[in-house]
Design a protein around this ligand. Structure first.
Ligand code: ADP
Length: 481
């Protein structure tokens, strides 16, 4: 029997992406199809993806909502069944999807994502286009009110699974927005969506969802502690019985070094030597010294304190002085951007920095680097280390969240057993990161051991197979309850 699932999300790759959330929402549908789940993704029609409307048909006239006309359009693009919320007063604007042109949160984000949540619940409840979901899957705070609205209706509603991709983002707003959002004031309590005197989309969702998941088993455990729960640890601990960690995967068709069109040369674990052509291309692209005998480290990341890249800024000079090179692609915190640009000025032949978001360059760098740094202070799952492993690029990661769950440290025992896939360090400090970089430099000169680790990494399952099966089982259990 096919199970119908509606994903409610603010991002979906390859259409609109600021981070891993988009990759997950985009990859989940095709992966779940293999387990008898038929997905549709409800997504705001942002200006950045306006082109998707040209082949779409209207499936719902939702009337006037939150200050303007709202329609839902249906289309199929790149194998994803999309339901697009056409509400120009909320989504047709410049800037980024969460931030205005000055880099500040849009002042009406509560309405922009309140509408997403509300339509998620309405379509969950009533269906659309002759299609009604058996289960609703809401993602992050932007869809956090979906289960709240579903519970607010008096009629029987489909079960709702809520996934926490990053608890740092909670969607907290002034209580005066309650009326505008159409929330029942009776829910403004500790048992509902009230959170320290504010409305919290995420907390409301965590209380109302039938099942809660997050993106790795370690992050699930961490979230129930004050160190990582960011105030919501108690809420999650109270829901322990309905809370699980299901590891993210990457789309192994999109991330495949054997076929990737963004590479200078494609390769497999059997033709690893060809990977060097990509290193040359990256060194060339960043104008770096073309010596192939020392490692090239990379970072592809949002530049935020979460990612621990301030530690990398401090640790890297020592490594560069030992002959390594470093290339970074990312954007975000202006101070971090400046820090890396300064590093490139100090080490012009050894450091290249590109500030921005560039999908093709990200692919080329995953193929061209020898090792990639993910020294996060917390990391719900992390996708960059998974992509890196698939490309035979060894990840250097802190031991937290999904980084703890996915990388096997190249310690003596793992090297002897031949199962290492990267380097882990803890605690997340400059000293420990420097040690890990030194270990990587040392292993790199042992070509045989390095190549063995590369092959292990490439063999490591980073796709959705196992997790999609777990997710499908979770849906089925929720529907049967
Ligand atoms: P997060 O969701 O916290 O940003 P993840 O590691 O889960 O971190 O996912 C990040 C995704 O975004 C990865 O697919 C990574 O390759 C990609 N990414 C991050 N920064 C950039 C960038 N500047 N250009 C291209 N891709 C990027």
């Amino acid at each position: 029997m096919t199970l119908k699932q509606l994903s409610v999300a603010s991002e979906c790759a390859p259409f609109i992406k600021t981070g891993g959330l988009a990759d997950v929402v985009g990859a989940l549908g095709p992966a779940l199809a293999e387990h008898g789940v038929e997905c549709r993704v409800l997504l705001p029609l942002y200006r950045q993806i306006a082109h998707l409307a040209s082949d779409a048909r209207e499936v719902l006239d939702a009337g006037t909502k939150f200050g303007g006309p709202v329609r839902v359009l249906a289309t199929e693009a790149k194998g994803v069944d999309l339901l697009l919320i056409d509400a120009p007063h909320l989504y047709d604007r410049p800037g980024q999807i969460y931030l205005n042109e000055a880099g500040v949160d849009w002042a009406d984000n509560h309405l922009r994502f309140g509408l997403l949540s509300r339509l998620g619940a309405e379509i969950g409840q009533n269906g659309v286009d002759g299609w009604a979901p058996d289960v609703v899957h809401a993602h992050d705070w932007q869809a956090g009110l979906t289960p709240v609205f579903l519970k607010q209706t008096q009629t029987l509603a489909p079960p709702c699974v809520l996934t926490i991709h990053n608890i740092a983002f909670q969607g907290n707003f002034a209580p005066s927005t309650m009326g505008e959002l159409g929330l029942d004031p009776a829910g403004f309590t500790r048992e509902g969506f009230e959170y320290f005197g504010q409305i919290s989309f995420l907390k409301g969702g965590l209380k109302a969802a039938d099942q809660i998941t997050t993106v790795s088993p370690t992050y699930a455990r961490e979230l129930m502690t004050p160190e990582f729960g960011m105030g919501l640890e108690g809420v999650l601990a109270a829901r322990r019985a309905d809370f699980s960690g299901i590891l993210n995967g990457v789309d192994t068709n999109v991330w495949d070094p054997a076929t990737d069109p963004a590479l200078a040369k494609t390769y497999t674990s059997r033709t690893l030597a060809r990977k060097a052509e990509n290193k040359r291309a990256v060194l060339d692209r960043f104008g770096l010294d073309s010596d192939m005998s020392t490692p090239l480290f990379s970072v592809i990341s949002r530049l935020t304190p979460q990612k621990g890249l301030d530690l990398a800024l401090q640790a890297l000079p020592g490594t560069l002085e030992k002959g390594a090179r470093f290339a970074l692609l990312g954007s975000g915190d202006p101070e971090l951007e400046r820090g890396f640009l300064d590093l490139a000025t100090r080490f012009p032949d050894a450091v290249g920095v590109e500030i921005g978001f560039d999908e093709d360059l990200a692919h080329l760098m995953q193929a061209g680097a020898d090792a990639t740094l993910v020294p996060s202070r917390f990391e719900p799952c992390g996708l960059t280390q998974l992509c890196a492993m698939r490309y035979g690029t060894l990840p250097i990661v802190s031991i937290t969240g999904g980084l703890a769950d996915t990388v096997i440290d190249a310690n003596e025992a793992a090297l002897a057993a031949g199962c290492a896939t990267g380097f882990q360090f803890a605690p997340t400090t400059v000293e420990k990161l420097s040690e890990a970089l030194d270990r990587a430099m040392a292993l790199y000169v042992d070509t045989k051991a390095w190549q063995k680790a590369q092959r292990n990494a490439m063999k490591h399952p980073v796709g959705w197979e196992r997790s999609a099966e777990r997710m499908a089982s979770l849906y089925k259990a929720s529907v049967e309850q």
